[in-house]
Design a protein around this ligand. Structure first.
Ligand SMILES: Cc1cc2nc3c(=O)[nH]c(=O)nc-3n(C[C@H](O)[C@H](O)[C@H](O)COP(=O)(O)OP(=O)(O)OC[C@H]3O[C@@H](n4cnc5c(N)ncnc54)[C@H](O)[C@@H]3O)c2cc1C
Ligand SMILES: O=C(O)[C@@H]1CCCC=N1
Length: 394
């Protein structure tokens, strides 16, 4: 395979057509940069982290930097809806539930108030009146982020990719990147070709460290298999959007070690999605193999939660699908340049909460690859914060 001639060197190659790589490519092509988006699987696919019909969007975060970033994300999502002439967001509100004194619960409330996000603290009686399908225990409280809602994930991913092509970008799917040679011009070898670009963005989700190996870096990433569980309403429609049932996020309720979250019924009639915000570590290429050792058993945790907190649902999952998280130790993203190669940018570690923020993630990765300094403070997203965890792969 011969490399392309000098005249066909791209401005940027983006590896990975999940939501983060696709949004990066979209912003690059809007800036008139000649961009190639490479994806290992034929599109659309369900082997990574960006598939499925829905994701939660919210401004409610304990870290104010996410609450602030979300302000621009809402504008960019609206812009995408206009450009694609597609509805991608439905406002439902998000009900946040937690022990009254839980530090994360309290700092999330503070972040909403300090940033003047429309929100409301609810008394126990109000919760019962407004959400009769939700039963809190004594000492637990709730508040609503009114800005929150559902993003239509599959539709959004498709809209971003279609617009990228419309603005002049090229997607090559079914082409796995097998080698990266750094340099002032980066050379990328796939299973079917060799391409060159002035800069490279790696947005490979759970496969990030497999690609980083050829670039001498191993990031502290944990890839988790997530069971996406759907539960049947005992009375059809009782947890639906028409009944004003919101998305919800529970902070360590029922002594659960991780968050439990849910969305009103949408994907499957009569079923609502309720998931555990953690899973078992897995090699992304072997996601569907039977685990060799028994790990976290989250379905019984969810069943117990549902019987106590959402008693209008049957306490056995009706459908289970799969997805993957790529977690960093602090669950904040990695948005940075490769420490040794300034024209190679990494976007990774979205830790199960990156979809809503993808318009800003894409903008930041695009700016970094164009050699511009993003407006937003990148300190929380620097690779350097893991100095003690970094492994050289050389
Ligand atoms: C069950 C579940 C629920 C979630 N809920 C929410 C939510 O409610 N709200 C929210 O904001 N976020 C949520 N998230 C998180 C969000 O979906 C992810 O953060 C986001 O999709 C990550 O996107 P990505 O582009 O980084 O990864 P991916 O979507 O995995 O994209 C990476 C792509 O790179 C490709 N690739 C990898 N290696 C190569 C290679 N060598 N050559 C070519 N291509 C390659 C892969 O095939 C893949 O398509 C959820 C995630 C899951 C799994
Ligand atoms: O990011 C989100 O909003 C969801 C819900 C909380 C856990 C992860 N994803």
């Amino acid at each position: 395979m011969a490399a392309q001639s000098g005249s066909s060197v791209y401005d940027c190659i983006v590896i990975g057509a999940g939501i983060q790589g696709s949004f990066t490519a979209y912003h690059l092509s809007k800036h008139k940069r000649r961009t190639l988006l490479l994806e290992q699987f034929p599109l659309p696919h369900s082997r990574g982290s960006s598939h499925g019909q829905t994701r939660i969007t919210r401004k409610a975060y304990p870290q104010e930097f996410y609450t602030k970033m979300m302000a621009e994300c809402y504008q960019l999502w609206a812009e995408l809806e206009t450009e694609s002439n597609t509805t991608l967001y439905r406002q439902t509100g998000l009900l946040l539930l937690g022990p009254e004194e839980n530090p994360e619960f309290c700092s999330t409330w503070r972040s909403l108030v300090q940033n003047q996000v429309p929100c409301q603290y609810l008394m126990a009686q109000e919760i019962q009146q407004r959400f009769p399908g939700v039963c809190l225990q004594p000492g637990e409280a709730a508040f609503i982020d009114h800005t929150a809602g559902v993003l239509y994930a599959d539709k959004a991913l498709r809209a971003v990719q279609d617009l990228f092509c419309h603005f002049g970008g090229t997607i090559r799917d079914g082409e796995k990147v097998v080698d990266i040679k750094p340099g002032s011009v980066v050379t990328v070898t796939t299973t079917s070709g060799i391409y060159q670009a002035k800069s490279l963005v790696v947005a490979a989700g759970p496969w990030t460290n497999k690609l980083m190996a050829s670039l001498g870096l191993q990031l502290p990433l944990q890839t988790l298999k997530i069971n996406v569980c759907y539960w049947k309403e005992k009375v059809p429609g009782s947890y639906g959007v028409p009944q004003n049932f919101p998305c919800f996020l529970g902070f360590h309720l029922n002594k659960a070690q991780h968050h439990i979250y849910g969305l009103p019924s949408k994907e499957y009639p009569g079923l609502i999605k309720v998931c555990y915000h953690h899973g078992n570590e897995v090699d992304p290429d072997e996601r569907d193999r039977e685990a060799k050792t028994p790990g976290l058993q989250e379905i019984p945790i969810l069943s117990d939660f549902i019987s106590k907190y959402l008693p209008g649902l049957e306490a056995e999952p009706a459908v289970i699908e799969h997805c993957m998280y790529t977690n960093t130790p602090d669950e904040n993203f990695i948005l940075d340049r490769h420490p040794s190669f300034q024209n190679i940018i990494v976007g990774a570690g979205f830790s199960g909460h990156g979809f809503k923020l993808s318009p800003m993630v894409g903008k930041i990765l695009c700016e970094l690859s164009m050699g511009k300094a993003p407006d937003c403070d990148l300190q929380p997203f620097r690779i350097q914060r893991f100095q003690n965890h970094l492994k050289s792969a050389l």
